[in-house]
Design a protein around this ligand. Structure first.
Ligand code: OAD
Length: 236
C-alpha cells in the first residue's frame, strides 16, 4: 500500500485483538470467552430472560476486571492519530472495554455498547455505570430496577450504523485491527469500503475470515503494527 498517498478520511474498526495484549480475552481463540461461556447463555436477549443472574454476573465480572488492565501501545497510537491527523477520522470499536478512552482517544464509537454503561429496559435511558447490577439497582432516571448491561447482544441492532456507513462511503482508507471478520455487520464493512473505492488495510496477528477482502494484510501483534502504521500516516 502506498503510505504516501494523501489521506483525508480514515475509518478504523477495532476488535478484541487490540485489547488482547492488555490482558483481555478475545472471543474465538482457544480458551477465549466463547469457549468459557455459551454465547446463547450470556450474549442473547433470550439468555438474559432465561437466567438474568447468570448474565448480570458475567458482565459484572467483566466490568470489574477492567480495573486490572491498562491500554497498550496500539490504543495509545490511535489516540495519537486522533490528536495529530489533520483529516477526518472515525474510530469504531466492537469492544465493550474502555481501553481506547483510557489510551487517550476522545471520540470512540462503541457499536456493540460498553461495559461501563447501563441500559434501562423500562425507560431505555443509557447511563454511565461502574457498579455491579446483580443486586438490581434502580435506574437513576425512572427508578425502576430494570437495568441491563448496555451491550449489544446477538439478535440486537448495533449502535450508530447510519453514521458508520456514511463515514465508510466517503473514506479513502478503511483499517481493520484485531478482528476476526466473523460477526456481521462489522465483518461487512470492508466490502462496503471497497465498493466505495477506499483502500482497505488489515492489521492482525493472523489471517482472518475477511483477509481476502483487503488490499493488504499486515501480520503481527497490534502493539507493534499499529504504532508503526500511525507513524507512517502522520509522517507521509
Ligand atoms: P475475536 O475473538 O473473534 O477475534 C479476535 C481477532 O484478533 C482474531 O482475528 C485474532 O487473530 C486477532 N488478534 C488476537 N491477538 C491479537 C494481537 N495481539 N494483535 C492483533 N490481532 C490480534 O474478536 P472480534 O472479532 O473482536 O460481539 O469479535 C467480534 C465480536 O464477536 C465481538 O464484539 C463480540 C463477539 O461475539 C458481541 O458480543 C456482540
Amino acid at each position: 500500500m502506498d503510505v504516501n498517498a494523501k489521506l483525508d478520511r480514515i475509518v478504523i474498526l477495532t476488535g478484541a485483538g487490540i485489547s488482547a495484549e492488555s490482558g483481555i480475552d478475545t472471543f474465538r481463540a482457544a480458551g477465549g470467552l466463547w469457549e468459557q461461556h455459551r454465547v446463547e447463555d450470556v450474549a442473547t436477549p433470550e439468555g438474559f430472560a432465561r437466567d438474568p443472574d447468570l448474565v448480570l454476573n458475567f458482565y459484572d465480572m467483566r466490568r470489574a476486571a477492567l480495573a486490572n488492565v491498562v491500554p497498550n501501545p496500539a490504543h495509545e497510537a490511535l489516540a495519537r492519530l486522533e490528536r495529530e491527523f489533520s483529516g477526518d477520522l472515525l474510530l469504531v470499536t466492537q469492544n465493550v472495554d474502555d481501553l481506547h478512552e483510557r489510551g487517550g482517544s476522545a471520540r470512540v464509537l462503541h457499536m456493540h455498547g460498553e461495559l461501563k454503561s447501563a441500559l434501562c429496559a423500562s425507560c431505555e435511558t443509557r447511563t454511565r455505570w461502574e457498579a455491579p447490577m446483580l443486586d438490581r439497582p434502580p435506574c437513576p432516571v425512572c427508578r425502576v430496577p430494570s437495568l441491563r448491561p448496555d451491550v449489544v447482544w446477538f439478535g440486537e441492532m448495533p449502535y450508530e450504523m447510519d453514521r458508520i456507513y456514511r463515514a465508510i462511503e466517503s473514506c479513502d482508507l478503511f483499517v481493520s485491527i484485531g478482528t476476526s471478520g466473523a460477526v456481521y455487520p462489522a465483518a461487512g464493512f470492508v466490502q462496503e469500503a471497497r465498493r466505495a473505492g477506499a483502500r482497505c488495510l488489515e492489521l492482525n496477528l493472523d489471517y482472518s475470515e475477511g483477509s481476502r477482502c483487503f488490499h493488504e494484510t499486515r501480520l503481527g501483534p497490534a502493539s507493534e503494527l499499529v504504532p508503526r502504521w500511525v507513524a507512517d500516516v502522520l509522517g507521509g
